[in-house]
Design a protein around this ligand. Sequence first.
Ligand SMILES: Nc1ncnc2c1ncn2[C@@H]1O[C@H](COP(=O)(O)OP(=O)(O)OP(=O)(O)O)[C@@H](O)[C@H]1O
Ligand code: SF4
Ligand SMILES: [Mg+2]
Length: 365
Amino acid sequence: MAARLLDVRDLRVEFRTRDGIAEAVGGVSYTVDAGQTLAVLGESGSGKSVTAQAIMGILDSPPGRITGGQVLFRGRDLLTMGAEERRRIRGAAMAMIFQDALSALNPVLPVGAQLAEMYEVHRGMSRGDARRRAVELMDRVRIPAAAQRAGDYPHQFSGGMRQRIMIAMAMALEPDLIIADEPTTALDVTVQAQVMELLAELRREYAMGLVLITHDLGVVADVADTIAVMYAGRIMEAAPVRDLYRRPAHPYTRGLLDSVPRVDHGGGHARRGHGDHGGHESRGGYGGHRGGKLYAIRGAPPSPLALPSGCPFHPRCPRAQEVCRVERPPLYEVTAAGATPASGGRTSACHFWKDELDALDAVNA
Ligand SMILES: Nc1ncnc2c1ncn2[C@@H]1O[C@H](COP(=O)(O)OP(=O)(O)OP(=O)(O)O)[C@@H](O)[C@H]1O
Ligand code: SF4
Ligand SMILES: [Mg+2]
């Protein structure tokens, strides 16, 4: 069995705002094993980034505050260990990649110098050795003419090349775990695919764990092993990717999957084949996510200042019953008790997960 790298347990984060306390993360649990990719999926505002920030220790605090839970890294809780040890782990063993490389990189320092600085500060290398390592790394992430370009500033690179440089920064100290928060969202489609491929390749080569925050279901199908679907600061469903795509055990997941046009855009995008929401095929031919008519989930996600009672999804859920308004569903074990998605287990925070699966199976029979 692969080593458990990250084990987030019942993590809670709130923000004190002028309008009251916003419960941004309301008890999130997920795990990542060495060499595995966990995709975290969910609509805007569902708490994906805040969870990542709390794990990495870069939460905007105040107004943010971790109010509960554990963040176990190789079995040790980052939230309770001494500051010095925590800094060491977060500095070298964990790294983060952001959506916007231009604001994550230092605008007034050439990129080669920024990379070299990592080696000088953390590895105690001489300036010359560090510069050489920096160029090797730029070469590794396939920056053309790396030696010449090391003297250029971030704004002199294209968006895709800048993202590669940020990946190089994250990789420099060969971390065990990388958290990538929408790393390709700002790029155009072909460049997205190249950057994602690079990230997947490095993950394999270094047997790192990767938490990939994304809203792109196509990307998830291609690169992730397991997936956690978030809504209103909670996990709605977690499963091995294939199981979740074929047989979602939560109405919210099903809504997300149904909002992607049924079009094969060549990336091995595994779509389930149930046909009860007919007429959603993309009309634009090679339209990808944009050209199609979508089955969108009705309504909008709730404000973290005023979460619905019971199941937070109930105002939008086509399956909602009275009990959903009253009782908050726990994360039910859909498979064997205690199994995590990495070992084939699945969980669903829906009172009616079984009916959801039965209905799908009936349609597909
Ligand atoms: N600094 C902050 N102050 C107050 N509220 C915040 C702050 N940062 C985040 N929040 C709130 O926390 C909730 C979760 O935000 P988060 O950024 O984690 O969402 P997300 O899932 O990453 O969304 P997106 O897909 O748009 O990136 C949101 O309601 C957001 O408004
Ligand atoms: S618990 Fe009820 S409201 Fe929530 S997802 Fe399940 S059926 Fe829908
Ligand atoms: Mg975010």
